[in-house]
Design a protein around this ligand. Structure first.
Ligand code: 6PG
Length: 233
């Protein structure tokens, strides 16, 4: 299944359309689970979900997971967990037992081992999220899967990685775990245009294009703004 581009004029409109799609997909699920993206872009979409979709579904029934985490304390400004807690989980009053945090403070290897155990305990040997939200770096990485990373072919569900970005030590779901009914990418900014054009054109998994490994069983949609949209879109 190919990736569908949903192009908005502005970043704010792309965030809003992505938030609407997330709420709609979760509301229709019997046992909703949401794999959260990190970085900075999703913060605006999470804030919109908390502010505008509070009554769209029972957010306390959703299981919250993370696509990757930096090996820092959960209170650190660069923690993906902290970003989601501040912008989405706390504002919606999500009970902590519904939030499956990567214990990245234990280090990449031990944290990855424990998260894989948690995933299989809760979602089975072949976990499938209702929604997986992903971002993309300007060189094409997603989660903490960077171009050419051996993690792209890993058999494990979760691995510790050393990445060419700060913080370097991270935990990431592998493509084996980044399986969802709805895969939504959120990509804004002209600096990501070339990587997005390559990702959209990809017809098969390509180690140089990590996002080419992640496709939803129902849909794969990239919500982007005009600045990030490929020229011919
Ligand atoms: C992370 C994210 C990563 C992110 C991209 C884009 O931990 O950094 O999981 O994959 O989505 O780096 O980040 P921005 O949204 O900040 O551009």
């Amino acid at each position: 299944m190919s990736m569908r581009l949903d192009v908005s004029a502005t970043p704010e409109q792309a965030l809003a359309r992505c938030a609407s799609a997330i709420a709609q997909a979760l509301a229709a699920a019997a046992q909703p689970s949401l794999c959260l993206a990190g970085g900075t872009t999703p913060r605006g979409a999470y804030a919109m979900l908390a502010a505008d979709y509070e009554n769209a579904l029972d957010w306390h029934r959703v299981g919250y997971w993370f696509g990757d985490e930096r090996c820092v304390a959960p209170t650190h400004p660069k923690s993906n967990y902290r970003m989601a807690l501040d912008s989405l989980l706390d504002p919606l009053g999500v009970p902590s037992h519904q939030v499956h945090r990567m214990l990245a403070e234990l280090g990449a290897q031990e944290g990855a081992r424990r998260y894989a155990q948690r995933l299989t305990d809760r979602l089975g040997a072949r976990p499938v999220f209702t929604v997986a939200l992903l971002g993309m770096g300007q060189e094409g990485h997603t989660a903490s899967l960077f171009p050419g990373s051996p993690a792209l072919q890993a058999g494990e569900l979760v691995v510790g990685v050393d990445v060419p970005a700060v913080p370097r030590e991270r935990i990431t779901l592998t493509p084996a775990a980044l399986s969802a009914e709805h895969v939504f990418l959120l990509v804004t900014g002209e600096q990501k245009r070339d990587a997005l054009a390559a990702a959209v054109a990809a017809k098969a998994p390509d180690p140089h294009l990590p996002t080419s490994y992640v496709r939803g069983s129902i849909e794969t949609v990239c919500f982007c703004d005009a600045a990030a949209a490929p020229a011919d879109s």
